[in-house]
Design a protein around this ligand. Structure first.
Ligand code: BDR
Ligand code: CA
Length: 323
């Protein structure tokens, strides 16, 4: 099987951790690296969480595989926006991973860290693999924007960048206009969107329909219990805020789009990011007018949610302790 070479840039984060679980359970992927960025949690915490989650997942797989190195990155957003850590903790838990660590589970021992920063790692992977590389960006676009500032040929040179972020036809989830990942660093999103790279934008229009009901995580073995602990704080939040019993799979859907683009229906549309200081800051303005010229960015507008959820749950079965 020809593998899809992937690097995941993320800010774990409950749904980032679920996306990592999906990636490691997907035989189609050659996961070359994980890079961490400030978003749901501060940059240092994102790095630590990514390392812990990768190590934990790796130990649970029924068919062990080589685990990717994790690289620390992005603590300074281009636009200098602050993040409301209290609001983030109400969704992702005080350390970003719900109640996974410390819980019944002890955090796994970590191998030595690879020493290379996220930007350097992304640049060298882009140079090495070019079109054969897919970048999946699951957090604010700070790392990717800095990569573009350092090497303007890196992002346009890769095969595809799948971004979880923005909203085309619906309101934001942090402000009336802005989705979280774009809201954290709108200037970075603008740099990446204007970089000339081939981008697929997987925003709230589709990720809000990718919902994991709590009942799917009931019973089962130690791994499923771990996932229950992971999503617990987020599930409480969704119940309180929206009366829904479960959690949104924002980041796993973007990851799945890198494996099976057919889950989504996309249109090439012009997208700009509002970077003014007014109430629309962080909004992705998608030109949906019939007469709009074709844009460079593939914007996801529709989703086959049943097939996606089936796919996600089927992949979770490849962990020991799911059932
Ligand atoms: C995005 O924001 C984060 O909280 C999630 O991890 C996801 O990447 C959804 O708006
Ligand atoms: Ca994320």
């Amino acid at each position: 099987m020809k593998k899809i070479r992937v690097v995941i840039d993320c800010d774990p984060g409950v749904d980032d951790a679920l996306a990592l679980a999906l990636a490691l359970a997907s035989p189609e992927l050659d996961l070359l690296a994980v890079t961490a960025v400030r978003g749901n949690v501060p940059a240092g915490r994102a790095f630590r969480n990514a390392r812990r989650v990768v190590a934990w997942l790796g130990a649970q797989l029924s068919h062990p595989r080589d685990l990717p190195p994790v690289h620390p990155g992005g603590s300074r957003p281009l636009g200098r926006d602050r993040i409301d850590w209290k609001a983030s903790a109400a969704i992702h838990g005080p350390d970003g991973l719900g109640r996974l660590f410390p819980g019944v589970l002890r955090p796994p021992r970590l191998e030595r860290n690879p020493g290379q920063g996220a930007e350097e790692a992304l640049i060298s992977l882009a140079r090495k693999w070019g079109r054969r590389l897919t970048v999946v960006a699951l957090g604010p676009l700070t790392n990717l924007a800095r990569v573009h500032q350092r090497d303007p040929s890196a992002l346009p040179g890769v095969g595809r960048i799948v971004v979880m972020g923005g909203a085309a036809r619906m309101p934001g989830n942090v402000t009336p206009a802005a989705e979280f990942n774009i809201h954290c660093d709108p200037e970075a999103a603008r740099v990446v969107f204007q970089s000339g790279a081939r981008i697929t934008l997987v925003g709230l229009d589709v990720t809000r329909r990718a919902f994991l009901p709590s009942r799917a995580l009931e019973r089962g073995g130690a791994f499923r219990k771990g996932l229950r602990d992971l999503v617990s704080v987020y599930a409480d939040f969704c119940k309180r805020r929206r009366g829904m019993d479960g959690v949104f799979l924002h980041d796993p859907l973007a990851l799945a789009a890198a494996i099976r683009p057919g889950f989504l229906r996309c249109e090439r549309l012009p997208v700009t990011v509002e970077c003014g200081r007014g109430p629309a800051r962080g909004m992705t303005v998608v030109d949906l007018r019939a007469e709009a010229p074709k844009g460079r960015i593939e914007v996801a507008l529709d989703l086959d949610e049943r097939s996606f959820l089936r796919f996600f749950l089927e992949r979770m079965r490849s962990y020991r302790g799911w059932s």
